[in-house]
Ligand binder design. Structure first.
Ligand code: LIP
Length: 264
């Protein structure tokens, strides 16, 4: 059953990616509005792509619930819930940059069951099934074995509100001399997938919403990585820390010492 469900999610994500790419190339990704701040933009593509995904789900699995970044929550009767970020990496998308993804997870009461993160420009597609593994373009993926912060390449991101960015910048400044280097790609789902396939050793960010996190989290955990908050708390808006099993502890302790999950 989950194999067929994953195939359906991947098909819908790829179709959505084609729409996003078409908008980006031909129509231009113009700002249609803003949300939490003047820099928290939404484009016509965000809305169109999410509407396309919602319509596809309603046609094939009408009893499923849907939670998406751009639209209203849709209740369901099946016990399954689709968690959708139609274009994760919206600012990259707006500027014609390639680091954005269609991120879709389907959850049951125990969490994510299947996940797809599809990058329309590169075509790379990460998939995961709970208890079965995680793949990039059909090949198994795993995090690095890094266990030493000083040689770790760590990704992070920053929020849309200036007061939160100021605090995040202070945390990043404290982390930077303790690690090899920092990368800021601009799409949480791709940052998480980079952890899963070893393109970075770890990732942390405050401010992620459920649709930023849901799919990438399953890809990381099914690849053998660890995704938590700080101090034994689960991952969420306060903090997401993702890494291979050996590095997660040192990175989580560093961020805890910095009180990095203090919300601003
Ligand atoms: C983005 C995240 C990214 C974060 C950005 C933004 P969006 O999501 O994927 O990690 O740093 O501030 O929240 O808004 O592009 O869907």
């Amino acid at each position: 059953m989950t194999e067929q469900l994953l195939d359906l999610v991947e098909s819908i994500a790829r179709d959505a990616g084609r729409t996003a790419r078409t908008y980006q190339r031909s129509l231009g990704a113009e700002v249609a509005g803003t949300k939490s701040s003047p820099t928290d933009v939404v484009t016509a593509a965000d809305t169109a792509v999410e509407e396309q995904i919602r319509a596809a789900v309603a046609q094939v699995r009408p009893g499923d619930a849907i939670v998406g970044e751009e639209g209203d929550d849709a209740a369901g009767t099946s016990g399954l819930r689709w968690v959708v970020d139609p274009i994760d990496g919206t600012v990259n998308y707006l500027y014609g940059r390639s680091a954005y993804a269609v991120s879709i997870a389907v959850e049951d009461d125990a969490g994510a069951l299947v996940a797809v993160v599809h990058a329309p420009v590169s075509g790379e597609t990460w998939t995961a099934r709970r208890g079965a593994g995680a793949w990039l373009d059909g090949q198994p993926v795993r995090p690095t074995d890094a266990d030493d912060l000083a040689s770790a390449l760590v990704a992070t991101g920053f929020g849309y509100r200036a007061e939160r960015r100021a605090r995040q910048a202070a945390v990043a400044a404290a982390v930077l001399p303790r690690v090899r280097d920092i990368r800021r790609a601009g799409a949480a789902s791709l940052d998480l997938c980079d952890v899963a396939c070893g393109r970075v050793d770890g990732y942390f960010e405050q401010g992620l919403q459920p649709w930023d996190l849901a799919a990438g989290r399953l890809v990381v955990t099914e690849a053998g990585g660890v995704v938590t908050g700080l101090g034994g708390r689960g991952p969420g808006e306060a903090m997401v820390v993702a890494a291979g099993a050996a590095l997660h502890g040192p990175l989580e302790r560093l961020l805890s010492d910095l009180d990095a999950d203090r919300l601003t």
